[in-house]
Design a protein around this ligand. Sequence first.
Ligand SMILES: [Zn+2]
Length: 322
Amino acid sequence: MLAMLRKFVLAESPSLEKPPADRCCGIVASEWRKRRARVERMPQKQRGDHLRITWASQKARASGQLLVLGHYDTVYASGTLAKMPFRISGGKAYGPGTFDMKAGLVQALFALDALQQSKAALRKRIVFLWTSDEEIGSGSSRKLIESEARHSDAVFVLEPSFGPRGLLKTSRKGVGEAEIIVHGRASHAGLAPQEGVNAVHELARQITRVQEWNDLRRGVTVNADFVEGGTRTNVIAERARAVLDLRAMRTAALTAPRWNARSAPRFSPAQSHSRHKWVCAWENARPAAALTAISPPRSAFPRSMDWARSATVRTPRTNMSL
Ligand SMILES: [Zn+2]
């Protein structure tokens, strides 16, 4: 398993870089092909290709489908391996994407090996779906995940465990992205400051405002993770931009009116006399409901953490929570 994990981790696969992601996709695909599983590679224009792999017992006719869901992309840019090489230390494996979630892909692969060796007559068809853009919101894979989940009797998501006790994750936050672009008016900061409208100042005000939308108790988080603006000192900044990361436990929290374009933040009153423009691209700010939709129904696990605990107890020898 370690050798396989190493192979997958050495194939760097940043969500935003198609060529390396595709290379990793090819390496993962070839392992499944070696096991005579049916591999469909779904070409994508901008992101890495997705993989849909089917395994069905030859002995019995499939009655229904199980979906095993995962992603092979990571948040680490190409070249990260040079600073963060794959290594084993203190009984743990390290390296970009090891934990989230190339180890999950390896587990699935060896689970298939075990199934093949046991010659179990599976009643259900198993579909393994490996996507390439989970870390950036599953934009190109969302439809695929949703439709595959609808055809499935159960979905196993191979995301890594939660926290130091290794609890099983039973749901994910929805994630969205929004962009704030402020257009101000450039002017000489020394000679004609009164004629300028500082876009950076305005963006700072709006970020402070948006920050107040954080509501940890309800599981809502808003973070300006990237900002840029201005050209040089001496020139009042004409343009500034922020990209926000939005997360929520429930879809309703992000479809509240204040997240809509119409109620997007307006310019601060102090600058409302000036001619400038506020662009707020909230259209991408919808949370990815795909994973919420396919997580186990709450009623099935009245107290999800208890369920995770009993799963841990049931597999003491492997020291895994499932
Ligand atoms: Zn993940």
